[in-house]
Design a protein around this ligand. Structure first.
Ligand code: GDP
Length: 308
């Protein structure tokens, strides 16, 4: 298989993308990335999921912390605090450089796709990293504390408010970024990373042109479940499923992607009783690079099986 497309959010998805990048030939992989988490902060345009992919594939991610850059310094935050600036969102000095460069480039008329490609080239990343769209899409959560922007819910409120519904402001009018539709239509396989289905994958599916490319492509579409033993490895996936009235199970994840996916990779000790899709098992916890390669290979094997 020569063209593999992966739809992904940030940290959980980036683990699989790294595994795929390490086993596929260079340039075989296109990652289409959620930008519903993007926001403006202190005048800067921040794209958390794109940055996580860039840092992960460039070997610059802070694995222990789970976000941001390795070997980061914090002089900017210290100075900001001293000045009484908003400090609920941590910006390391190296991270800040990327946000400043991106924001400056956008004001000069470059697109998010171009800025992302420039940084990827600078860091010798062979994987094509495409934002889902160059148009603004904002994930908003209606909660028992009112409507919250994604980062206010996720970072400032630590996912505490109870979620009633999630919407993707701007998605209806957004068009897929250059290359996104072609990549999906010419793919040999499309993989949904084990990213949060509701916050990281749904924003992509809410863009009409992207969704329709997924329904038109002849490539098999397979997902990797974000649940292991009924728990999320990290983040609010389970909390959201409960808030939204779903049973926390692989069946619920598969049903959420019904009509879209042909198969799903689940953890060895788990079950997914869904007659409409092919389910395969492997240990899906991705800690080491070997783990990431194993799960990536399982997703590719499942897709190859669906093609034959
Ligand atoms: P975010 O955008 O940074 O919040 O990250 P994602 O949405 O890409 O990933 C969050 C999801 O990844 C959570 O639901 C986790 O359960 C899942 N996840 C994280 N690490 C792993 C892993 O090692 N294996 C599997 N199967 N899922 C994982």
């Amino acid at each position: 298989m020569k063209n593999i497309v992966v739809l992904t959010g940030g940290v959980g998805g980036a683990k699989l993308v790294l595994g795929l990048a390490r086993i596929l030939p260079e340039e075989a992989l296109t990652a289409i990335v959620n930008t519903g988490d993007d926001f403006r902060h202190l005048g800067l345009h921040i794209s958390p999921d794109i940055d996580t992919l860039l840092y992960t594939l460039a070997g610059k991610a802070n694995a222990a912390q789970g976000w941001g850059r390795e070997g980061e310094s914090w002089a900017f935050m210290a100075a900001l605090r001293e000045l009484g600036g908003a400090n609920w969102f941590a910006l390391g000095d190296g991270d800040l450089a990327l946000h400043v460069l991106r924001s400056y480039s956008l004001t000069r008329g470059e697109t998010l796709s171009q800025v992302t490609a420039n940084v990827a080239a600078r860091w010798d990343i062979a994987t094509r990293i495409l934002p889902m769209s160059d148009d603004p899409v904002a994930t908003l959560l209606d909660t028992d504390s009112g409507r919250l922007e994604f980062q206010r819910y996720f970072v400032e409120r630590r996912c505490d408010p109870r979620v009633q519904s999630i919407l993707f402001d701007g998605a209806e009018a957004a068009v897929p970024a250059p290359g996104v539709t072609d990549a999906i239509l010419s793919a040999d396989a499309v993989i949904l990373a084990p990213s949060n289905p509701f916050l990281s994958i749904d924003p992509l599916l809410a863009i009409p042109g992207l969704r329709s490319a997924l329904t038109q492509t002849s490539a098999p579409i397979v997902a990797v479940s974000p649940l292991i033993g009924g728990k999320a490895v990290k983040g609010p996936t389970v909390r959201l499923m409960t808030d939204l009235g779903m049973v926390v199970s692989n069946e619920s994840i598969a049903r959420h992607y019904a009509g879209l996916i042909d198969g799903m990779v689940i953890d060895s000790d788990d079950q997914c009783d869904m007659p409409d899709i092919v389910v395969i098992k492997c240990p899906t916890l991705m800690t080491t690079l070997a783990d990431k390669r194993r799960v990536a290979q399982a997703a590719l094997d499942l897709a190859a099986r669906m093609r034959s």
